[in-house]
Design a protein around this ligand. Structure first.
Ligand code: RP5
Length: 164
């Protein structure tokens, strides 16, 4: 396995169903990544260690997902200058609106690039990490262009059922 360029972290293994969409996207593009649970409130020291080591280990982006009072992306961003992409994971009672607000409302000075709630957000965070890496990797840029072109073709070929 090559050295990971993207770190995917999440608050719980219950987030994996959503966060695996980011991993699938990175796999599709052949980007080396790692994925693990780093809980902000249950493993705060591990979280800081992860963030502090990220740049030195060669991570170019960190995709961080959490649900509820989702402080993981913001706290990780506070301890590293590696770009942090935040994914709000749907929560049981507030359906992820709590997660979204916790992640998106970062005070000025520590940015977290915040994505949509749930699977689309996780997949788009993966795609965004690919786009970041593609700035320095012509082969990856070509794959991203091809991905977009295929998507365009699918949309162009969409047929609508006639009214009955
Ligand atoms: C957060 O609390 C996690 O990110 C997860 O979305 C949520 C629930 O965690 P579990 O109770 O399923 O471990 O920390």
């Amino acid at each position: 396995m090559s050295t990971p360029l993207v770190g995917i972290i999440m608050g719980s293994n219950s987030d994996w169903e959503v966060m695996s969409q980011a991993a699938k996207m990175l796999e599709e593009f052949g980007v080396p990544y790692e994925a693990q649970v780093v809980s902000a409130h249950r493993m705060p020291d591990d979280m800081f260690r992860y963030a502090e080591a990220a740049a030195g280990r060669g991570l170019k982006a960190i995709i961080a997902g959490a649900g509820g009072a989702a402080h993981l992306p913001g706290m990780v961003a506070a301890k590293t200058i590696v770009p942090v992409l935040g994914v709000p994971v749907p929560s049981k009672y507030l359906r992820g609106e709590d997660s979204l607000h916790s992640i998106v409302q970062m005070p000025k000075g520590i940015p977290v690039a915040t994505f949509a709630i749930g699977e689309a957000g996780a997949a788009n965070a993966g795609l965004f990490a690919v786009a970041l890496l593609a700035r320095e990797d012509a082969g990856l840029a070509e794959k991203l262009e091809a991905f977009r072109a295929r998507q365009t073709e699918v949309a162009r070929n969409m047929k609508l059922e006639p009214l009955k």
